[in-house]
Design a protein around this ligand. Sequence first.
Ligand code: TXA
Ligand code: MG
Length: 322
Amino acid sequence: MVKIGNDVSVAVAHLRAGELVAIPTETVYGLAANALDEAAVVRIFMAKNRPQFNPLIIHVANTDQLENLGLFLPDKAKALAAHFCPGPISFVIPTSEMIPGIVTAGTPAVAVRIPNHPLTLSLLQQLDFPLAAPSANPSGYVSATTAMHVAEQLGDKLGYILDGGECRVGVESTIISFMEAEPRLLRFGGVSLEAIEAIIGKIALPEEGYVDNPISPGMLAKHYATKHKMLWGNPQEILSANSDTASEKIASITFKESLDLIPATNQFILSPSGSLEEAASRLFGAMRMADSMNIELIIAESFPEEGLGRAINDRLKRASTI
Ligand code: TXA
Ligand code: MG
């Protein structure tokens, strides 16, 4: 049985020994290892069954720790860090020779982030190395927002799960690249595009074809995927197009409203009060619950394309077959 607890010193000991530890962050749980220890980082890829061409984000406690690694934020990233860090935003910046190539997938860029969770910040302060940490889920599956989610799927591959409760934000960090002349958003996430542009002005959006992977665009188009088939769009239209599926074999994920045709026990209404933040925080939990039910189809509503609605749509779109 994997050990679960909230003892930071136990997490420190496992990480110093080169083992994997699941860490809580404000976005989703991370599957962490010493980013400077190649053998430990290899264990992350093995545990997740993650393709090695997909690079990892490194996590630090503060910007001083970045400088000790030979990493420097460009001015616009500094301005964003001053507003949002610690918080749900990651910066892709030029890497340094201290960062192993396995972390960056051999690219000249490394992604860095300062997560906002008291246990993990305390952990990072006690370590003299950064933590490489992808989301703590098998590659391609829905991310984990509770310690139980992690234990269910990766428990046998971990030294320890640092239990920091339910993740507050619930979708991954927003990723911005500073590798071109102008900053470019690579992934919608916990800090909205509007909030970013209010600080540094208009930024470039993800390139057509970029799907959460800088090296093999297109390969990870299907991601965050449930085992049951999922369809994303206008629920009424999807329902009419699938009228041959019995309603008790359908689960639904909607923003504010219920659907007349689906049994109430199969419905996940993410925020009856209409808060996109609340909806984001409940998204992955609902996807996992729906996936555990005895059904054939999950219907997910298209959310408003604003604020965290963009991050929610991005995840639902890639989890779905349409
Ligand atoms: O909120 C988060 O960011 C969570 C928590 C645990 O911190 N982490 C997370 O990691 O979502 P992961 O590995 O599931 O997603 C990171 C994404 C991947 O799509 C990866 O391709 C991209 O970041 N990425 C990492 N390093 C990169 C780099 N050097 N250049 C471009 N993209 C990079
Ligand atoms: Mg992930």
